[in-house]
Design a protein around this ligand. Sequence first.
Ligand code: NDP
Ligand code: GDR
Length: 344
Amino acid sequence: MTIAVVTGITGQDGAYLTELLLEKGYTVYGTYRRTSSVNFWRIEELGIDRHPNLHLVEYDLTDLSASIRLLQTTEATEVYNLAAQSFVGVSFEQPLTTLDITGAGAVNLLEAIRIVNPKIRFYQASTSEMFGEVQAIPQIETTPFYPRSPYGVAKLYAHWMTINYRESYGIFGTSGILFNHESPLRGREFVTRKITDSVAKIKLGKLEVLELGNMDAKRDWGFAKEYVEGMWRMLQVDEPDTFVLATNRTETVRDFVSMAFKASGVNLEWSGKAEGEKAVDAATGKLVVTVNPKFYRPAEVDLLIGNPSKAKEKLGWEPKTTLEQLCHMMVEADLRRNEAGFSF
Ligand code: NDP
Ligand code: GDR
């Protein structure tokens, strides 16, 4: 029975990856942070919170000694580092906290691997945010990086340290450069889920207007459940490497808004530009979307689109769910939750 550590089990990817590993017969040690009110809603929603092969471990990625003890006590042979301060917007307000967790935190685990068991296979959750001001279209594994946020810079540090530990100490350190991936388990601070949750609330009369920031940003959005399968595949091949996971399709935030309203049966009419942009319900003329500049970022990543050909060739990984299907799934889930009076 393979033993895996998944850091960040309370997050979107941690929950889906744990579900996948349990299905494959793994014993999983899922880490969560001590907070005044720990939230296991995602693993509860997936129905895996009481699985006999799942062990929940209190752990903070910023603590080197805790990282060493985590690997000693669990005797894991695979470590998936999904924990991070992962919200780009917040990283501008908390750059040093983001550096500690998202950047240096990965090195705590790499050091622990070096000390406890250099044979452990390590997955680092790298990101398309490292491409930032993109230097090529579409982006692939060898596209030069140009991060545009403290989050992107911190992730780039962790990415290169993973490669450095691979080259310096022969550690199986693999980095997955994942483009945005979403699901009904996505946090509500991220734009897709903010949109689908708001669409559900507007539909049910619980919210008047959805306020957003930059509507022109283009993202390559895939389905998180498929992306965690790619993470697992990356640790099953013979050699550590770097892989892009993406859909090779990009759409604007505005497109996703229209798609989500359509999924709830509402067609939009757009007008205005930049801060004056808005959308009304085409059937009733009621205002439903406006721009609030407080959601703009000091520096923006305008366009992301990834080419996952290497992952297809070497891992047999391919995205299957379309953006329309994903958006529909998220709107349905948020309608169901809001109707039931429950929405995390
Ligand atoms: P989430 O924000 O949903 O989850 C992040 C997890 O990290 C949470 O469980 C959080 O715990 C935990 N965490 C935060 N700080 C610490 C800490 N100091 N010590 C231990 N755990 C901590 O992210 P996702 O699931 O969406 O993403 C997973 C990883 O993949 C992240 O590293 C993210 O940066 C990266 N990534 C995500 C992409 C995406 O589109 N989703 C794309 C590319 C990369 P808590 O619940 O207590 O806050
Ligand atoms: P991103 O995701 O920054 O790409 O990082 P997010 O969903 O936060 O933003 C996507 C784009 O939407 C624009 N936007 C808004 N974003 C938010 N959150 N809220 C708004 O109201 C809003 N209005 C417009 C943003 O400016 C941006 O251009 C995510 C995270 O999961 C990272 O951890 C991960 O590494 C990357 O995806 C790949």
